[in-house]
Design a protein around this ligand. Structure first.
Ligand code: CTP
Length: 131
C-alpha cells in the first residue's frame, strides 16, 4: 500500500484541483489531503477563502479519488503530518518545485505540473472586474 499526501486550500474548487488530485492518487493506492484552515490561508494569501473550511473539506472528502482529509493548521507542521499519516509520497504542484525537498529524508517528494490558465485567484478576480 503506497500512501500519498498532498496539501492545498482548494477554495472555489476548479478543474486544476481535480486534475492535480487525480494524478496524485495515481502515484499510489491511498490519497490523503491536508486542507488549509481559514487562518492558514489568510496568512499565506492575505485573504479569507471564499468557501469555509467545512465546505472545502466536504467537497474534497466527496471525491472518489480522495481517501482521507484532514485540516492543515500550520505550514510548519508538514513534517509531523507526513509522519503521522505514514505517507510514502508527498505530492505538490510544480508552483512549489524544490520547496519541499527537505522532506526527502522521510518520503518521496513529487512535483506535478499545474494545469495552465486556471486558479482560484484568477476566478476571484473575474468576479471583481464585473462588479
Ligand atoms: N493546482 C494545479 N493547477 C492549477 C491550480 C492549482 O495543479 N491550475 C494545484 C496546486 O499546485 C496545488 C493544489 O492544486 O497542488 C491546490 O492549489 P490551491 O493553492 O488551493 O489552488 P490555486 O487555484 O492555485 O489557488 P490560488 O490561485 O489562490 O493560489
Amino acid at each position: 500500500m503506497r500512501r500519498i499526501i498532498t496539501f492545498g486550500t482548494y477554495d472555489v474548487f476548479h478543474v486544476g484541483h481535480v486534475k492535480l488530485l487525480k494524478r496524485a492518487r495515481l502515484q499510489g493506492d491511498y490519497l490523503i489531503v491536508g486542507v488549509s484552515s481559514d487562518e492558514l490561508n489568510f496568512s499565506k494569501k492575505g485573504r479569507n477563502p471564499v468557501y469555509s473550511l467545512d465546505n472545502r473539506m466536504e467537497i474534497i472528502g466527496s471525491l472518489k479519488f480522495v481517501d482521507e482529509v484532514f485540516v492543515e493548521h500550520s505550514l510548519e507542521a508538514k513534517r509531523q503530518y507526513i509522519l503521522e499519516t505514514k505517507a510514502d509520497v508527498l505530492v505538490m504542484g510544480d508552483d512549489w518545485v524544490g520547496r519541499f525537498d527537505e522532506f526527502k529524508d522521510i518520503c518521496e517528494v513529487v512535483y506535478l505540473p499545474r494545469t495552465p490558465s486556471v486558479s482560484t485567484t484568477e476566478i476571484s478576480e473575474v468576479g471583481k472586474e464585473i462588479e
